[in-house]
Write a protein that binds this ligand. Structure first.
Ligand SMILES: Nc1ncnc2c1ncn2[C@@H]1O[C@H](COP(=O)(O)OP(=O)(O)OP(=O)(O)O)[C@@H](O)[C@H]1O
Ligand SMILES: [Mg+2]
Length: 373
């Protein structure tokens, strides 16, 4: 029996809960020629929503679709390299004439492409090979404009461009996007203040050039229906109350719901009913399994940062962290030491901050830290 609660990646519509309105909205915006900024906190389901949209027959059949994750890119050259490699990978299954056309346009980096034993191209271009990222970007967009089918392109984790240290990149991408008649774009991202400032500051190039779409958590009623369907389908039962309690505990954040539901499904015998009191042991199992990874992570943190992280885990959603009250309550050295630890913890992806409220990003890590106290 396959576990129907998928915790990594999109499988098919059957295992994807709801998002009917969002799928409809996004597809109609794109098909009507709009570009979109898709924004939500982490792990709500942006990437899977885009995969779901692109797997709809009316999209799959008539468009070339690409999802370009730029999370780990650190420069414009890496950005350009990632874009090129995703497009090449996407064209390979379509056949030789498609990828040959792309390669023939990529004059500035063509020499860096190699071929495997079957004559299939490999993106073996290193960042050092991309001597003039702007030229290569021009070529990639020239290809997009000549592609035999119109293109839909997601640039995922788009806020990453603000870390390239290149003030022109926003204007450059904006100009390409604006003049690209054969493609529409979704810029998706989770660092809300960065995404917000790219698209809503009048002084920035992307101002008023996209439709902002804020993704909300899945509605409780829809998620309950989805979970019960999969339990019943496999001869197991599930209380409404169990789903509701789980949903409240994790603020409806899709990843955590799915991760715990996966465990609950596994632990419920055929014919048995999953009850609310099963949630805690399921979470303990998940957190326990991650313990060695968390130990390792903590081990690598400077003591000061670890203490601040632990204090925030204890507090839950935390505000006024640089007040004397907070430092005293948690036995920290000084408000200044907290102040310097916060950006480092955010940078490492361990903390999130929205509207002055700090939280440990990984809820399972938060629980583990609390237990350790
Ligand atoms: N509608 C859905 N139904 C079922 N599972 C979903 C749904 N949407 C997302 N998920 C699951 O939730 C998890 C998070 O989804 P996803 O990676 O798409 O989120 P994200 O918003 O892109 O996160 P991040 O900001 O971290 O990139 C994944 O494990 C995915 O399988
Ligand atoms: Mg994502």
């Amino acid at each position: 029996m396959r576990n129907p609660f998928i915790t990594s990646g999109y499988v098919s519509a059957e295992y994807f809960c709801d998002r009917e309105k969002e799928t409809h909205d996004i597809i109609s915006l794109l098909l009507n020629g709009n570009n979109i900024a898709l924004i939500s906190p982490r792990r709500y389901g942006k990437t899977d929503l885009m995969r779901h949209c692109f797997s709809q027959p009316k999209i799959k059949e008539h468009y070339n679709t690409f999802i370009v994750d730029i999370y780990s890119t650190k420069s414009v050259a890496e950005f350009v390299g990632r874009l090129g490699s995703v497009i090449l990978e996407g064209l390979k299954p379509k056949g030789r004439k498609y990828w040959e056309k792309f390669i023939s346009i990529l004059a500035s980096v063509r020499a860096g492409i190699s071929f495997d034993a079957n004559g299939m191209p490999l993106w073996t271009i290193s960042v050092g090979d991309i001597n003039s990222p702007s030229t290569t970007l021009d070529e990639i967009f020239a290809y997009i404009n000549q592609s035999e089918k119109p293109c839909l392109i997601v640039i995922d984790e788009f806020q990453q461009i603000t870390h390239y240290g290149d003030v022109n990149i926003e204007a450059e991408i904006r100009t390409h996007v604006q003049y690209c008649s054969n493609a529409n774009f979704v810029f998706s991202g989770s660092r809300q203040h960065l995404m917000g400032s790219i698209f809503t500051s009048p002084a920035r190039p992307f101002y008023q050039s996209v439709t902002i779409y804020a993704l909300q958590p899945l509605p409780l009623a829809k998620y309950t229906e989805f979970c019960k369907h999969h339990f019943e389908h496999n001869g197991k039962h599930l209380n409404d109350h169990t789903v509701e309690q789980l949903y409240q505990q994790f603020d409806g954040i899709t990843y955590y719901l799915q991760r715990v539901m996966n465990e609950l499904f596994d632990q419920t015998a055929v014919g048995a009913t999953c009850e609310a009191e099963d949630i805690e042991p399921a979470i303990e199992e998940i957190v326990g399994n991650s313990s060695p990874i968390y130990e390792d992570l903590i081990y690598q943190l400077p003591e000061k940062q670890y203490r601040v992280l632990q204090a925030i885990a204890k507090e839950g959603k935390s505000v006024n962290l640089t007040s004397g009250k907070f430092t005293k309550k948690h036995g920290l050295i000084s408000p200044n030491s907290v102040k310097s630890a916060l950006p480092a913890l955010i940078d490492k992806g361990l903390l999130t901050m929205s509207k002055g409220v700090y939280q440990v990003y990984d809820k399972f890590l938060e629980m583990w830290l609390r237990k350790k106290l």
